[in-house]
Design a protein around this ligand. Structure first.
Ligand code: GLA
Length: 390
């Protein structure tokens, strides 16, 4: 079954249905074993994945330590609440392929087995990105910048090896991440400087050749900004003309309590869907902490200033918690309104304890961006999101 973009009817729908069914059948034995071992303490409960099963997948990004420690408590929790998983870092180039002839498949293999055994959808993150790559990826042995052909070869071998290894298992790949800036089109990354914008076309073709059934995404943040939205729409139109196989757009969704507005997010959902793309929310979280971007340079040197940026160490005040709850409720109302266009809503992390938002953009803060608290208990925001489906 080959899928190249074209008319709406040719767009693979939610998570490549046929393959999902095939995976599901294959996973039944594993799932039965999981239950028989008494590990499914969620049996009988309705996790978010169950409540939203007719709407879209509910996903989470997982840290490598979950698989290193084989932490069954957290694995059971994940299997009970989420229908899709992503590795936060373990499948990025620097982790899975740290040097030309060195591959690290241990954690990704465990991740894939876990998802298969629990009948979960899997998103591979990420094939081509300018960040979290080995430091010499763009250099030859003498330390000079690679030629266009040499870099294309490197990209080819990486994509072929990784996608082929998980062919028929990983349902969707973020093929390219963050290669457009909000202001002026293509990001001036070494990929662009050495190969030109056609590095994008090539990456999608390579992924498609390695696994023709796989659902392929372009993923970026700030997708609600009008310039970036328009640029992505034009890029998809050009891809379609050229026959570049792309099936979906990932809106990362690293949001704040008040921005972007629901209207801005909605405009992008509609714009991307109108090009025939499936829409994925790929890295959702809501930052509740203050941050003054103008003064960011002072953070490391000014302790008083840094403390003022970390006001909720002892707990989230009720009014802020209420705002967070309403924000999530509004977001999920919007997602449900557009459930025909959205395949997946993935949170970037599982609980507040493991969110990257405790360390970005300021290190060592206490943030509250997800639906589960530091003890992995559901927060008010969780109950509000669940209540929309009860
Ligand atoms: C981006 C990337 C993710 C992750 C987050 C921060 O959104 O796509 O892989 O690195 O930043 O954790």
């Amino acid at each position: 079954m080959t899928k190249i973009i074209g008319t709406k009817n040719e767009i693979p729908s939610m998570l490549n249905r046929r393959k999902f069914i095939r995976n599901s059948v294959a996973a039944v034995a594993g799932l039965a074993a999981f239950r028989a071992n008494g590990m499914s303490y969620f049996a009988g409960n309705q996790g978010l994945k169950d409540l939203y099963k007719n709407d879209f997948l509910i996903g989470a990004a997982l840290g490598s330590q979950i698989f290193m420690r084989e932490d069954t408590d957290i694995l059971n929790f994940i299997a009970g609440e989420f229908s899709s998983i992503t590795m936060e870092n373990a499948m990025k180039w620097s982790n899975i392929h740290p040097a030309e002839d060195k591959w690290q498949f241990d954690i990704p293999d465990k991740f894939v087995d876990f998802a298969m055994n629990n009948n979960m959808h899997m998103l591979g993150h990420v094939l081509v990105w300018h960040s979290q790559v080995p430091k010499d990826i763009f250099l030859d042995e003498s330390g000079n910048r690679l030629t266009k052909n040499a870099l294309l070869k490197r990209m080819e071998s990486h994509i072929q090896t990784v996608v082929h290894r998980y062919k028929g298992k990983v349902n969707a790949w973020d093929v390219v991440n963050e290669s457009i800036t909000p202001e002026d089109g293509w990001r001036k990354s070494p990929w662009l400087e050495i190969i030109g914008p056609e590095f994008m076309d090539r990456a999608f073709h390579l992924a498609h050749e390695a696994d023709p059934d796989c659902h392929l995404l372009y993923n970026d943040y700030g997708m609600d900004s009008p310039k970036r939205r328009d640029f992505v729409v034009q890029m998809v139109k050009d891809f379609k003309k050229k026959g570049v196989p792309i099936h979906g757009i990932g809106m990362q969704g690293h949001y704040h309590l008040e921005s972007p507005t629901i209207k801005e997010i909605e405009t992008s959902i509609e714009a991307f869907a109108s090009t025939g793309m499936r829409v994925h929310f790929t890295e959702l979280d809501v930052d509740v902490l203050p941050y003054d971007w103008e003064r960011s340079a002072e953070v490391s040197t000014n302790v008083e200033y840094a403390q003022s940026l970390n006001p909720y160490v002892e707990g989230l005040p009720k009014d802020v918690n209420d705002k967070l709850t309403r924000r999530y409720e509004e977001l999920f109302k919007l997602f449900l309104k557009h459930r025909d266009k959205i395949d997946r809503v993935t949170f970037w992390g599982t609980s507040d304890a493991d969110s990257w938002k405790n360390n970005f953009p300021v290190r060592g803060r206490t943030n509250y961006p997800l639906l589960f608290d530091r003890q992995r208990n559901p927060k008010d925001a969780y109950h509000a999101v669940a209540a929309l489906k009860q």
